[in-house]
Design a protein around this ligand. Sequence first.
Ligand SMILES: NC(=O)c1ccc[n+]([C@@H]2O[C@H](COP(=O)([O-])OP(=O)(O)OC[C@H]3O[C@@H](n4cnc5c(N)ncnc54)[C@H](OP(=O)(O)O)[C@@H]3O)[C@@H](O)[C@H]2O)c1
Length: 343
Amino acid sequence: MSIGWAMVGLGRHTKGYIAPAINQSRNSRLVAVMSRDADRAGTFAKDHGAEAGYTSLDALLDHPGVDALFIASPNAVHAEQTVQAARAGKHVLCEKPMALTVQDCRTMIEECRRNNVRLGVGFHLRHHPGLAEAKRLIAEGSIGRPVELVGQWYNGQRGIERVAKREGLMAWWSEPDMVGGGAIMATGTHILDQVRFLTGQEVVEVTAMADYRGEDLDQAIHVLMRLGDGTMASVMAARLVAASDSRNDIVVYGSKGRVAANGVLATSLTGSLDVLTESQTYSRDYTEGDVYQSLIEGFCDSVEKGEDPDPSGVDGLRVVELTLAALQAAKEGRTVRLELANV
Ligand SMILES: NC(=O)c1ccc[n+]([C@@H]2O[C@H](COP(=O)([O-])OP(=O)(O)OC[C@H]3O[C@@H](n4cnc5c(N)ncnc54)[C@H](OP(=O)(O)O)[C@@H]3O)[C@@H](O)[C@H]2O)c1
């Protein structure tokens, strides 16, 4: 079975990562794309082998052979585009953050369920083999009882220059109503998702401190969490704040060992895994493969089986709940207890 993809939001992410990933994947084909600009839609379609480029979402969803929509538009637009696609009977793989409010996430999940289509979210790091192995080891009890998770994703100086240049061109990344948050929305959401993914636990309490550097949006944020089983987690994310040679690791310490995923927080398959437990010590390096291709292939497999994808819409909702609670904690200078929505 091959899933026919439509794509909206023809920017940096779809051009550099998602269109190539769809074209390389074993169970997908790129069928049609949409931009607000007709020339950009036509050029993108031609460059990436799609049959057509449109300027309207209705027309895109009507194109013959479209089974699923990949959404990589500005964060504030994700919810309405997901609802429109679900009502047209299309599966949706939506970029992170899934939406900017809990209510929008709930509506997206409910509309997809009502229309019997699958909803996934673009947390590509769940498909990093090192992080998947770390999750398995933790679940098997190899490191004993988890005690502390520490994750950090900062940019180095060259990364900052790239981001600053891009944001000069793509204004929505600096508009609070369109993006919803700064560092926490850009890279923080990925690490917050890893907190849940690696431990299998929900966060019950969160506090945070943000560095705004005179901007409207957090440029760096530190988030401290208590999980349901008592594990503590500490996450740091930055956008326009460089930490020279930042390692971008996630480490989980347990009562009987640790797993360290070094340099894995990235937009490519990279880094290594160091495992040190009472019964085993080993390292693995990751250099080959495409995490976005694995994300796409996994989503298509779930469509074929009629199952929820990993990550699912509910995973997207939980990270939005956590992100909003962290921003509230930073703003009010207090600890926030999470009340998870029923879905
Ligand atoms: N998972 C990951 O690793 C990852 C990495 C990067 C980004 N992302 C996510 O992907 C999404 C896009 O990010 P990006 O960096 O690719 O952004 P981008 O380069 O600015 O691309 C977004 C595109 O959306 C369209 N757009 C811009 N303003 C719009 C508006 N007001 N209404 C509707 N469409 C608009 C534009 O395409 P047209 O002008 O052609 O319509 C623009 O090129 C975000 O949600 C981001 O968080 C995820």
